[in-house]
Design a protein around this ligand. Structure first.
Ligand SMILES: [Zn+2]
Ligand SMILES: [Zn+2]
Length: 269
């Protein structure tokens, strides 16, 4: 039919709409929705259109701070393993006693830690589940050996490992599918304009500890220059950066007033 738009990819099909970015007509099959707007298939795949997808790709399979910490922990466990091995050799295989049993139990535990830690650092997905499980076993072992007090330290490790398991950034390292909504929430809550966020936190702390106020000013100023809502992903926290600047100035003035007061009093006879 004349006058009717056809799909750019499928000339035999009638177009349902045109792309928000390039204006090409597309049929129902080629239509892609990103953030409430319709795009053609090619444009929807662009990082400047789908910034969430670009964000996902940026961190996909990339080691996060937790991976490095668990890796360092595994290295520490390896040292402990050597020390336990030495203890075992010292007591000898013949003298089976409480110290010997303890050393064997330690060896088993430490070798598990090293294996899980190395696999975690390497991004093998089973280690993601194994880490909190191992910590749970350590809680039981600790309380069995030394009562409630012995469970306190492993319980902190368990809480931390559960926190790591639920962390979006760590999930991206392990290539776990993260929903767009969760990824977006994570970006806005933690990753977006980190400098401005830190600046605001320092500004609040600077009201009590004035020496922190200049740091808050510096961070908030840098954060403010980074604000760019049209970037991909969009960099926000403008209000927080401004609040950080205002509170930072207040904290600095307050600090200067304290210094003045102190020196003034010191000079009085
Ligand atoms: Zn397009
Ligand atoms: Zn088509």
């Amino acid at each position: 039919m004349a006058g009717e738009a056809h799909c750019a990819q499928h000339p035999d099909r009638v177009a349902i709409n045109s792309c928000s970015r390039c204006g090409a007509f597309f049929c129902a099959e080629d239509a892609r929705e990103v953030e409430g707007k319709l795009y053609c298939e090619t444009c929807a795949a662009r990082p400047d259109v789908d910034w969430l997808e670009a964000l996902r790709l940026k961190y996909w399979g990339k080691r996060d701070v937790w991976a490095w910490l668990v890796g360092a922990w595994a290295a520490f466990a390896a040292l402990e393993f050597v020390s336990s091995l030495w203890t075992l050799a010292w007591h000898g295989l013949g003298s089976v006693g409480p110290a010997w049993t303890q050393a064997v139990a330690d060896l088993v535990m430490e070798s598990c830690l090293v294996a899980i830690g190395v696999c975690f650092w390497s991004g093998l997905s089973w280690a993601r589940v194994a880490l909190p499980l191992l910590e749970l076993i350590r809680v039981f072992l600790g309380s069995f050996r030394m009562g409630l007090l012995g469970a306190v330290f492993p319980a902190l490790g368990l809480a931390l490992s559960i926190g790591i398991y639920a962390d979006v950034r760590n999930e991206l390292f392990f290539r776990v599918p993260v929903s767009s909504a969760r990824l977006k929430r994570w970006w806005h809550r933690y990753a977006d304009n980190y400098v401005a966020r830190t600046g605001f936190q320092f500004a609040l702390a600077g009201l009590i500890l004035p020496p922190l106020a200049p740091i808050a000013l510096l961070c908030s100023a840098i954060g403010l220059t980074r604000v760019n809502p049209s970037a991909h992903p969009p960099i926000g926290r403008k209000q927080q950066a401004i609040a950080g600047l205002v509170l930072g100035v207040l904290g600095t003035l307050w600090g200067l007033a304290l210094v003045y007061e102190f020196t003034h009093r010191a000079q009085m006879p």
